[in-house]
Design a binder for this molecule. Structure first.
Ligand code: NAP
Length: 271
C-alpha cells in the first residue's frame, strides 16, 4: 500500500485506511477479521470514534489490534458535546481504555458545535504533552471553521465527506488544507452504505484499467498529495479489493471528472 506524508506529522501513512462506523451492527467476528486483514495488507490507518456504537466499535478495534498496536495509525474522535477542556481529557481516557492502548496517533474533534475551539485544542495539547496522543485534527470543518481553528492551534488533518458523487470540498476546503499543509481524509469515500454509484463510464473505465469501480473511485479520491481515504468494510474479502491499488493517468482522471461533475459549491457537506 502506497504511503505518503500525513500533513505536518512527518510520518508516512497509507493512502487507504479502514473506517469502522456502524461495525457494531455487523458480525463481530467478521468485523475483527476485516480490521486484521486490513492491517496485514498495509491499510494500517484505522479510523474510529467514541460515537460509533457508543464505544462498542472501539472495543471491536481493540480486539483486532491486540499485539499489533505498533503497526497501526490509530485515530479516534471526541464528540462535540464532550469537547470542553475537562470533557475532552475524560473522553480521551475513556477511548484509550476501550481501545486497550496508551496513545492515539491522531485525536479529532468529530464536528464543530458551539463549545469554544480554544478549550478543546488546549485539552488536545495537554494530551499531546502527556504522550496520550501524537497529534490532533478536526473533521467536517469548512474553510471558515479552519480559519477559526488556525487562530487557536495547528490541526494535522481535516476529515471530510468526499466521494465521486460529492466533490464539493474540492472548491474551497481541499485548497485551504493544501495551502496550510493539513492532510485531507476522505470519509464515506464509497458513498456510505448503499451509496456507491452505478455508472457506465465508471464501469467502462474500470474495465479498461483492469480494476474494479471501487478501486478506481479510491484512486481518484486520493489522486492529490494531500489526500487519504478511509473506506469501511466488515468483510475481509471486500478489504482485499480496497487494498488493491490502481494508478490513474490524466486522461482517466479527466474522464471521471466529466462523469461525476464537481458542480457548484453548496456549503460544507456532511452525513
Ligand atoms: P463507505 O466507506 O463510503 O462505505 C461503506 C460501505 O461500503 C459498507 O456498506 C461496506 O459494506 C461497503 N463496502 C466496502 N468495501 C466494499 C467492497 N469491496 N465491495 C462491496 N461493498 C463494499 O462508508 P462510511 O462507513 O460512511 O465511511 C467510511 C468511514 O469514514 C467510516 O466508517 C468512518 O470511519 C468515517 N466517517 C467519518 C465521519 C465523520 O463525520 N468524520 C462520517 C462518516 C464516516 P461491508 O462492510 O459489507 O464491506
Amino acid at each position: 500500500m502506497q504511503r505518503r506524508p500525513f500533513g505536518p506529522l512527518g510520518i508516512d501513512v497509507p493512502v487507504i485506511g479502514l473506517g469502522t462506523w456502524n461495525m457494531e451492527r455487523d458480525d463481530r467476528k467478521s468485523a475483527v477479521a476485516a480490521i486484521e486483514r486490513a492491517i496485514e495488507l498495509g491499510l494500517t490507518h484505522v479510523d474510529t470514534a467514541e460515537m460509533y456504537g457508543s464505544g462498542r466499535v472501539e472495543s471491536i478495534v481493540a480486539q483486532a489490534i491486540t499485539g499489533k498496536r505498533d503497526r497501526v495509525f490509530l485515530v479516534s474522535k471526541v464528540l462535540p458535546r464532550n469537547a470542553t477542556f475537562e470533557g475532552t481529557l475524560r473522553a480521551c481516557e475513556a477511548s484509550l481504555a476501550r481501545l486497550g492502548t496508551d496513545h492515539l496517533d491522531v485525536y479529532l474533534l468529530h464536528w464543530r458545535e458551539d463549545l469554544p475551539l480554544a478549550d478543546t485544542f488546549r485539552a488536545f495539547e495537554q494530551l499531546k504533552q502527556q504522550g496520550k496522543i501524537r497529534a490532533w485534527g478536526v473533521s467536517n470543518f469548512d474553510e471558515t471553521d479552519l480559519e477559526d481553528a488556525w487562530r487557536e492551534g495547528r490541526p494535522a488533518c481535516n476529515q471530510v465527506l468526499y466521494h465521486l458523487g460529492e466533490r464539493t470540498v474540492e472548491h474551497r476546503v481541499i485548497p485551504w488544507c493544501e495551502e496550510h499543509d493539513v492532510a485531507v481524509v476522505a470519509y464515506s469515500p464509497l458513498g456510505a452504505t448503499g451509496g456507491f454509484p452505478r455508472s457506465r463510464p465508471l464501469d467502462e473505465l474500470a474495465k479498461r484499467v483492469g480494476a474494479t469501480p471501487r478501486e478506481v473511485a479510491l484512486a481518484f479520491l486520493t489522486r492529490r498529495e494531500s489526500g487519504f481515504a478511509i473506506p469501511k468494510s466488515s468483510n475481509p474479502a471486500h478489504v482485499d479489493e480496497l487494498a488493491r491499488q490502481v494508478e490513474l493517468d490524466a486522461a482517466a482522471i479527466a474522464e471521471l471528472e466529466r462523469a461525476f461533475p464537481l458542480g457548484a459549491w453548496h456549503g460544507m457537506p456532511s452525513l
